[in-house]
Design a protein around this ligand. Sequence first.
Ligand SMILES: Nc1ncnc2c1ncn2[C@@H]1O[C@H](COP(=O)(O)OP(=O)(O)O)[C@@H](O)[C@H]1O
Ligand SMILES: [Mg+2]
Length: 300
Amino acid sequence: MAVVIACVNHKGGCSRTTTAVNLASSLALGSDGYGIQSRKVLLVDMDPKGNVATTFGVDKRSVGPTMNELFSRGVGDNSLKLEDCLLGPDLLTRSMKAAWKKNNPDKARGPPKNIGVRNLWILPADLDLSGIEVDLATRVGRENRLKLALSEAVEKFDVIIIDTPASLGLLTVNSLCAADWILIPIQAEFYALEGMGQLISSIREVQKSVNPGLGLLGILMTMVQSRSKLCETVTEHARKHFGDRVFDSQIPRSVAIAEAPLEGAPIVIAQKPSKSNPASQSYWEFAREADGRIRAITES
Ligand SMILES: Nc1ncnc2c1ncn2[C@@H]1O[C@H](COP(=O)(O)OP(=O)(O)O)[C@@H](O)[C@H]1O
Ligand SMILES: [Mg+2]
């Protein structure tokens, strides 16, 4: 059975997608250096913005049925299979290489060997998903649609990571109902903790009503500026609230991370982790920590 993790924070632009995509990629790739065993990973996009596919250089216009079609199926409708909506590692590798070529037209040698992935499947989203949210509001069992849509996947994958939109609406509630664990990226800035109360009460409500087993996998501080007093203060506050659930690894604010989608590959794939690539290194270190927590779950 897969460990299902929802990457949640209704605050926009706090690195939800970046974190979901890089964690999914590193767990799927695995790494001897970081002691991460390669796992079969499904990355689910629940945000109508559909950024997950774009991060891998996939042209959204070229994808077939998406989250949208899968999600709108009623109970008992088996007309569409999960496999029909998934984009697999070969396609992702091809699109990352194509994106690299497009962005580096003057480099004759072609994309480096590390541009590619294995063991990773994505379930893309598209804009119509926001219409689904409106439509869902009046349906019976509206909170459990995603869980139902993923029921096959839970048996086929080791880890499922869900990227959520910047709201606490039905798409996020569906993600919280389908997940076993929550991962919260927090941008290290002044207002970051202000919305936390709202998020925590949504989580509590879901725990009380639909999903009592939902736990907190951890809190990841993102866009951290070194030597910033403010970042330190926000991290301290987070530690006071969430204790050791706050990951030791932190993600720095980095142009390389912001530019990685331009290159058509997540930073953990685009750059080898090393002292000269601290941004990639930081996401790999985070992956090692997250991997440890996931192993603790699966082994208990
Ligand atoms: N650590 C970082 N340093 C610099 N820019 C970042 C970092 N993480 C994300 N970004 C950029 O910030 C923007 C928002 O990130 P994203 O992951 O899309 O957030 P969300 O999914 O929470 O809206 C994107 O343009 C992304 O490339
Ligand atoms: Mg996003």
